[in-house]
Write a protein that binds this ligand. Structure first.
Ligand code: ADP
Ligand code: MG
Length: 329
């Protein structure tokens, strides 16, 4: 579900800044691009280029498409180095770095476990014996990225690189580069719960981004002002199923191979969406105590954590929520 994006009504925009917004379905979700442009036509043209970039990256990075470069890589797991396009090598490299930075809480090799849980198509609760056999396939040492050669090696057959926890953020950052190259000086890229803003919004003010309420409807919990930065929310509410009143969802704890418990939602602010996206997923895995400690010692990152009792915890630099916003749409 897309985060609501807020700003003042576009009639308040400076004369040379027309606010143009378009949405489209990509990456299994809604992608919304908003730009401040000199006129509607140039705004729409830039947005079209932005959507083309999303489509290009989806074809490389999707786990759902059997003909994606990622799927082709995974089909060759255990056969040595596989040549991949530059974006895939770069993103795999970044994913491995976040895995190391988070002590393995973020693990881009969870694919076989996610498949066993049947998330999202055929959900079921696997036995612990079944899960046990997967540990060798999610060992981070089994992933190596030879960035200079443009190759990736998955050491064992059955391993699968999955970029679901980081690809939307990476894509949002790439789209910002495309919009900038089109001459756009301010805009917002929303890919479901991953949002990246740059430049200035209506009235030359920072953009306002709504933080999704994990148990609410479309009304955001609060709005935060973002200049050049990113906001990502991860939680147990995006993709889940329930058996006997227990909620099983799509973020797995690499230690137990079970869906995480404790935090229902984590929102991370960071400079880049790739970082906000991956760290939001990682902090959900870490839980409240370790997650908050991690955020406090990581420069340039702030977070809002919501636990099962709906209690909110914020890091020391979490911004004061912006004044009640006026919805654009
Ligand atoms: P969303 O897809 O709702 O934006 P996330 O960014 O949190 O949410 O990514 C969740 C996805 O990341 C899952 O669907 C799965 O593909 C993958 N994933 C699950 N557990 C982990 C984990 N521990 N580390 C990294 N990726 C994970
Ligand atoms: Mg994420």
């Amino acid at each position: 579900m897309a985060l609501a994006l807020f700003g003042v009504a576009s009639s308040c925009a400076a004369r040379d800044e027309e606010i143009v917004t378009r949405s489209a379905h990509h990456m299994g979700t809604v992608v919304t691009l908003t730009v401040a442009a000199s006129d509607e036509r140039s705004g729409v043209r830039a947005i079209e280029r932005g959507f083309a970039e999303v489509a290009r990256l989806e074809q490389l990075l999707s786990s759902y498409r059997r003909d994606s470069d990622l799927s082709r890589l995974n089909a060759q797991a255990g056969t040595g180095p596989v040549r991949v396009p530059r974006d895939l090598a770069d993103l795999a490299h970044a994913a491995a770095a976040v895995a190391a930075q988070t002590g393995g809480a973020f693990n881009p090799l969870m694919g076989p476990a996610i498949k066993l849980w049947g998330i999202p198509q055929n959900p079921r609760v696997p036995s612990s014996e079944e899960l046990q056999t997967l540990y060798p396939l999610i060992e981070l040492s089994g992933l190596s990225v030879q960035r200079a050669q443009g190759t990736i090696t998955l050491a064992r057959s059955g391993m699968a690189l999955g970029l679901g926890g980081i690809a939307k953020g990476y894509t949002a950052d790439r789209v910002v580069e495309v919009l900038r190259a089109e001459g756009i000086r301010g805009g917002v890229v929303e890919i479901s719960g991953d949002v990246r803003a740059f430049g200035r919004g209506p009235g030359r003010r920072p953009w306002r981004v709504g933080v999704q309420d994990p148990r609410g409807d479309d009304v955001p919990l609060m709005a935060v002002e973002v200049g050049d930065g990113a906001v990502s929310t991860s939680g147990d509410y995006e993709r889940f199923f329930e058996v006997d009143g227990i909620r099983y969802h799509h973020i797995l704890d690499p230690r137990t191979l079970q869906p995480t418990r404790g935090l229902i939602s984590v929102t991370v602010l960071a400079r880049r969406a790739i970082e906000a996206d991956a760290l939001a997923t990682a902090v959900v895995v870490m839980g409240a105590v370790d997650g908050l400690a991690f955020v406090e010692r990581t420069a340039g990152v702030e977070a809002l954590l919501i636990d099962e009792d709906q209690d909110r915890l914020v890091s020391s630099g979490w911004p004061v929520p912006a004044a009640p916003p006026v919805p654009v749409r």
